[in-house]
Design a protein around this ligand. Structure first.
Ligand code: MN
Length: 232
């Protein structure tokens, strides 16, 4: 067998709660406008079919509990936004998964941030261009430890919130998702075959807004490990 021309990039991984194990990341899928009030604040109404975008796996920034993880302010933007989200970690391969079987494919859940260069995303929207530069940049996917689904019997009952510098910025309930976890998996797996290691950022509740260098973000979902990050 021939050699690689250079060393392959290391496998991106996220630690798992309750085990000395790492969840190896395959792909990062994200759901757009999946809470009604956030859809409204972005200028949309109604229950439109879910839509998806992606971030590169190496956009992950692991935020271990009990630490404030450094989050570099990205280039090219003057309007970096926070979006606190429930992240679903896929453990079992599947395509065209029925809603009633979808949760069987879930390995676990984590708290995540879909960091967004809002000014660039809005420019791309206006021009009908892809969102990559607004969404898929380096360090754009902070995530906390993954809790196995068996320890979270009812994620739909959880609250989700974000504080910036100790002040509430975003708050919602997972039950407010327009497309719930099972429906999201069903729709997503119609378009891509889901693989073990896939992460799904399920969308953000209302209250998105800018952060600047020095700000400390603290995110929570009931029952999951919280995350804390400082923009540097
Ligand atoms: Mn988002």
């Amino acid at each position: 067998m021939s050699h690689f021309v250079f060393d392959p990039a290391p496998v991106v991984s996220v630690p798992v709660v309750g085990a000395d194990e790492q969840f190896p990341v395959h792909r990062i899928y994200c759901v757009g406008r999946n809470y009604a009030e956030h859809a409204q604040e972005m200028g949309h109404t109604g229950r439109e079919p879910p839509f998806f975008f992606m971030k590169p796996a190496d956009a992950v920034v692991v935020c271990p509990p009990g630490q404030i993880t450094a989050l570099p302010y990205p280039s090219l933007t003057a309007n970096l936004h926070h979006e606190i989200e429930l992240v679903v970690a896929i453990g079992v391969r599947g395509k065209s998964i029925p809603v009633d079987q979808a949760l069987w494919h879930v390995f676990g859940y984590a708290v995540g941030l879909d960091m967004t260069r809002r000014d660039l995303q809005n420019d791309m929207k206006k021009q009908g261009r892809p969102w990559c530069i607004g969404k898929g940049f380096d360090h754009s996917a902070p995530i906390g430890m993954i809790t196995p689904a068996s320890a979270i019997p009812n994620i739909e009952q959880a609250d989700i919130d974000l504080q910036v510098n100790g002040k509430p910025r975003q708050h919602g309930q997972i039950s407010q998702l327009i497309w719930n976890v099972a429906e999201t998996i069903a729709q997503l797996s119609a378009a891509w075959e889901l693989q073990p290691g896939d992460l799904i950022y399920t969308g953000t509740p209302a209250g998105v807004g800018p952060v600047v260098t020095g700000d400390v973000l603290q995110g929570n979902v009931t029952g999951l490990k919280p995350i804390a990050a400082q923009v540097v």
